[in-house]
Design a protein around this ligand. Structure first.
Ligand code: ADP
Length: 367
C-alpha cells in the first residue's frame, strides 16, 4: 500500500469507527441480519434490550433464536424484506427486563444488484407519541360530546319554557276568574305554583344562557379598564344603595370575547355585593398582574368568605351554599364564570378566609 492509499484506508476505518460510535449512542434499536437471518451487527441499545452482549449476538445468533415464539409475528415482514421491500409496522415489544414499549419497526433491505444480502432492523420507541395521540383522540371525543350536550340542553331549556308559560297563563287565568271564590288554602297553593313556575323558568333560562355562552363569536382587543367601568355603570344602583367602595387598578388590554368578559366581571362584582357582611362597609378591589404567559385578574371583597371545603363546588352549575331565604339565586353565576374563563383558555379559582374575604382569581393567557 502506498502512503496515499494507507491514509485513505485509515480515514475509512476512522469513519467506520465514528459511525459505530454514533449508532451505539442512539436509543433506537439497530441491527443487521443477513439473508440467512444471522445477526451481523447490533448496536448497544439493541443488545441491551434483549439482555445480551454484542459478543453473544454478532455472528452467533439467528433472529428466530433471539425472538423465540415471537418470531411468528415478525415472519411476514421478514419475508417481505427478503423480497426486497421496505417493511414498516408497529407492535408492542417486551425487553428482557420486562419493560413493554410500543415499537415502530422499519426493515430496510440491503440490495446488491437486486439481490437481497440482508436487512437493517430499526425499532424506535413511540410509546409517548402513541399515548399523546390517544389522549388527543379522547379529548376530541370529549369536546364533541360536550358540544352535543350543549345542543341538547339548549333545545331542552328552550322548549321547556313553552309549557311553563302555558301553566303560568292558565294559573293566572284561574286566579283572575275564580280568585274571589277561593279560600285561603287554595290561594296559598296557587301562589306556590306561581313561585315554582317562576323558579323553573329562571333555571331553564340559566341553562339556556349557559349553553349558548360558547356559540360562535369574535374575539377583539379589549381595554379591560374601560370594560370594567361599563360593567360598574350597569351595577350603579346596587353599588350606590349598598355604599360599596370599588377600587379598580390599571387593567390590561387583552384579546377576548367582550360580552362574555362583561358577564364574568358583572357576576363576580354582583356576588361580592350579594355576599357582603351586614356589619362591615363593603370594599371590592379589581386588579391584574402579569402571570405566566398572560394575566391574572383578581376580584377581591371583604365579605362573608367561603368555607375552604366548598371552593370547588361553587363553580359547578346549580350548586349553592345558601338557601333562598338567606340569599336569592339559582347557583349558575360561577358556572358561567368558569365557562367564560375556559373559553379564553384560562382557569378560575377562589382564595378565601371564611368570615373575612373572598378573592376570585382567573387567568387569561395571551399566547
Ligand atoms: P348563586 O349566587 O346564585 O348562589 P353562584 O354560582 O354565583 O350562584 O355562586 C355559588 C355560591 O358561591 C353562592 O351560593 C355563594 O355561596 C358562593 N359565593 C359566590 N360568590 C361569593 C362571594 N363573593 N363571597 C362569598 N360567597 C360567594
Amino acid at each position: 500500500m502506498n502512503s496515499a492509499s494507507t491514509e485513505n484506508h485509515i480515514k475509512a476505518l476512522q469513519q467506520q469507527g465514528f459511525a459505530l460510535q454514533v449508532t451505539d449512542s442512539v436509543t433506537t434499536l439497530l441491527a443487521y441480519w443477513d439473508k440467512n437471518l444471522v445477526c451481523r451487527y447490533a448496536n448497544s441499545a439493541y443488545v441491551a434490550w434483549f439482555g445480551k452482549t454484542k459478543e453473544e449476538m454478532i455472528g452467533k445468533i439467528t433472529l428466530k433464536q433471539l425472538l423465540g415464539p415471537d418470531f411468528e409475528k415478525s415472519a411476514p415482514f421478514v419475508e417481505g424484506v427478503l423480497n426486497g421491500e421496505i417493511q414498516r409496522f408497529e407492535y408492542p415489544i417486551k425487553s428482557k427486563s420486562g419493560i413493554i414499549i410500543e415499537g415502530l419497526a422499519n426493515y430496510f433491505p440491503d440490495l446488491d444488484n437486486l439481490e437481497v444480502k440482508g436487512f437493517v432492523v430499526q425499532v424506535t420507541d413511540v410509546t409517548e407519541l402513541k399515548e399523546a395521540q390517544r389522549k388527543e383522540k379522547q379529548l376530541a371525543i370529549l369536546a364533541e360530546k360536550g358540544k352535543e350536550m350543549e345542543a341538547i340542553s339548549s333545545v331542552f331549556s328552550h322548549d321547556l319554557r313553552e309549557p311553563l308559560l302555558t301553566i303560568r297563563n292558565y294559573i293566572k287565568q284561574i286566579h283572575e276568574e275564580y280568585g274571589h271564590h277561593l279560600d285561603e288554602t287554595s290561594t296559598r297553593y296557587i301562589n306556590a305554583i306561581f313561585n315554582a313556575v317562576d323558579r323553573m323558568d329562571l333555571l331553564t333560562q340559566g341553562l339556556l344562557n349557559y349553553s349558548i355562552l360558547s356559540q360562535a363569536r369574535q374575539k377583539n382587543m379589549l381595554d379591560c379598564s374601560q370594560l370594567v367601568n361599563e360593567v360598574l355603570e350597569q351595577l350603579e344602583t346596587a353599588i350606590f344603595e349598598t355604599k360599596t367602595k370599588v377600587i379598580v387598578e390599571d387593567l390590561p388590554i387583552i384579546d377576548g370575547y367582550e360580552q362574555n368578559l362583561k358577564t364574568l366581571f358583572s357576576h363576580l362584582i354582583s356576588n361580592a355585593i350579594k355576599y357582603r357582611k351586614s356589619d362591615t362597609p363593603l370594599e371590592i378591589k379589581i386588579s391584574a398582574i402579569p402571570f405566566e404567559s398572560g394575566w391574572k385578574f383578581e376580584v377581591k371583597d371583604n365579605g362573608i368568605g367561603i368555607n375552604p371545603e366548598n371552593k370547588e363546588k361553587i363553580f359547578k352549575m346549580f350548586q349553592r351554599l345558601h338557601n333562598r331565604s338567606e340569599y336569592d339565586g339559582i347557583g349558575v353565576g360561577l358556572g358561567y364564570c368558569k365557562k367564560i374563563v375556559e373559553l379564553h383558555d384560562g382557569v378560575i379559582w377562589v382564595e378565601s378566609i371564611l368570615g373575612e374575604s373572598s378573592n376570585f382569581c382567573f387567568t387569561i393567557p395571551t399566547t
